[in-house]
Design a protein around this ligand. Structure first.
Ligand code: ZN
Length: 308
């Protein structure tokens, strides 16, 4: 059986620890979700270790390559992590797992894991410099160059969600500097994340609608929702332009809940094209091919690559 199960992965979130086993074509064979123990580091590590043991037992392989992605930062030199939704800040998660399980695991940021997945058999395949931008509960990005993750101290994660939204994008809509959970004002995440469309609808129309509802109404010709959607696309395009002007990607892959807006890349492309400087051309825009499991898939592939 072990031959049919090349790798596994753990996708860590603030509410669940998702363990996933992949088959020879990186298809999901089985998965299990358990609640994330968020009260302290020790029970958290134990919950994570039990999910890893479940993967090893199910695959009948105690050495199964397993990668772990976390919604946070990992300092590659010290192993120290930082995250706001899981209790790992200031702790060496990799070291604690090695102590508990007697082996080591690659650990990476979840946006970076998505970028790695998508350049290896996904929407970013064939491109040289790929940014994976996740529009989920939060907003973050990862970078891959020539199919690989560049070697850096903290890893090439991009905290673009906490870069300030430019005044020129806010002013046309009279948008204020919304307070972000990170303590700063006007972070891009507040306008662009999954909840950004809802927040914009409340501010611009006085009615708070769910993001999907805004899109449905806009497409049915309702003017107020059309204005909200246009504002959101403008703000997302401003973020894409920032990534383009600073990192020069030839492709940006969009992931996370908000990337499921129908025809998202077709809607964004003209807005981004209209913002170009001189002769610059926008990078290719793609939606992640591997959906919700792309981060886990990336970590499985990374664990396999490190094994070789
Ligand atoms: Zn912020």
């Amino acid at each position: 059986m072990a031959r049919d199960i090349p790798c596994g992965a753990i996708d860590l979130g603030g509410t669940k620890i998702e363990a996933r086993l992949f088959g020879p074509a990186m298809e999901t064979l089985t998965m299990r979700r358990t609640p994330t123990p968020v009260e302290a580091f020790e029970p958290f590590v134990e919950g994570l270790a039990q999910q890893i043991e479940w993967l090893q037992t199910t695959a009948q392989d105690p050495e199964l390559p397993i990668g772990i992605c976390i919604p946070g930062l990992i300092d590659k030199l010290t192993g120290e992590c930082f995250a706001s939704n899981v209790p790992v800040s200031g702790r060496n998660l990799g070291g604690a797992l090695t102590e508990r399980l007697g082996r080591s695991f690659p650990i990476a940021n979840d946006c970076m894991a998505l970028a790695y997945s998508e350049v290896n058999g996904g929407a970013g395949t064939g491109f040289e410099q790929v940014v994976g931008l996740v529009l989920g509960t939060g907003v973050g990005a990862g970078l891959c160059v020539n199919g690989k993750i560049p070697e850096r101290t903290v890893g090439p994660i991009l905290e673009i969600g906490h870069v300030g939204m430019p005044a020129r994008a806010l002013a046309p809509y009279g948008l204020p500097l919304w307070q972000c959970g990170c303590g700063k004002l006007g972070c891009m995440e507040r306008y662009m994340a999954g909840s950004g469309l809802s927040r914009l609808s409340e501010f611009l129309t006085g009615t708070r609608l769910d993001g999907a509802e805004v899109v449905t109404r806009a497409d049915a010709g309702e003017a107020a929702s059309g204005k909200v959607l246009a504002a959101w696309l403008d703000l997302v395009a401003e973020c894409l332009l920032t990534l383009q002007l600073t990192l020069d990607p030839d492709c940006i892959v969009l992931g996370g809940g908000a990337s499921t807006v129908p025809r998202l890349t077709e809607r964004l492309m003209p807005v981004l094209a209209a913002r170009q400087l001189g002769a610059l051309r926008p990078p290719a825009l793609r939606v992640a091919q591997h959906g919700d499991s792309s981060g886990a898939r990336g970590m499985g592939l990374l664990a396999l690559a490190e094994r070789r």
